[in-house]
Ligand binder design. Sequence first.
Ligand SMILES: Nc1nc2c(ncn2[C@@H]2O[C@H](COP(=O)(O)OP(=O)(O)OP(=O)(O)O)[C@@H](O)[C@H]2O)c(=O)[nH]1
Ligand SMILES: [Zn+2]
Length: 216
Amino acid sequence: MTLNIDLDDLDFQEAIHLKHRHISVEDMQKFEGYIAEIFAAMGMDVNTPSTRETPQRFLKAMFDATEGYDGDPKLIKVFDAEYPDGVDGRRSQVIEGPIPFFSLCEHHAFPFFGHAYVGYIANQHIIGLSKLTRLVRVFAKRFSVQERLTQQIASTLETILQPHGVAVYLEANHLCMAMRGVRETSALTRTTSWRGEYEANPELRSEFFSACQIRS
Ligand SMILES: Nc1nc2c(ncn2[C@@H]2O[C@H](COP(=O)(O)OP(=O)(O)OP(=O)(O)O)[C@@H](O)[C@H]2O)c(=O)[nH]1
Ligand SMILES: [Zn+2]
């Protein structure tokens, strides 16, 4: 198998990132103290049997919700496409979705969550379908904005597979819009990224969208 991945590509580097975050015990204890102080100032009684461990639980939950910073080395595993040029010159789109995701908005650190749809038209390589979910999650589980998340998924798939085209569509609810501030609870935020043949071909884009709207 010939892999021509641009190993220096920054999004790709971030997606596979082999280094795990390590926080020392001393730092964790210090952070728990900060959180206890902040939650107490907000009004929480941090000394009840139920809340005594809340700062620790909160920190663990936040590290869990941001584990995308650790990267996912499995994303490097691609296969040769069996029919690189399609069958009888007909190439098919691979469309995966809805892929549920949860992310944290980098403005307020509140969750935004929804569904991603990822499509591509293979060239020389294909990728295991589970890797499309991994790709969405490795970037979603960070502090982000929906636009960047959408572009990072598209760019990394492009870098890994060098396909004829990539399509990414995300729809999400932002709790920073619903629970506070403008208190908008009904609007979904939708973002797209088109690469390669999708950019030039509106028919491919509408084929992608009509497949996405078929929800099981
Ligand atoms: N473009 C973009 N904006 C986002 C995203 N998530 C949250 N925001 C917005 O980020 C903006 C931050 O605006 P600021 O004016 O600095 O913050 P704010 O005073 O809390 O704003 P309000 O939410 O309008 O009360 C808000 O308008 C949010 O709705 C995202 O993924 N993409
Ligand atoms: Zn926000």
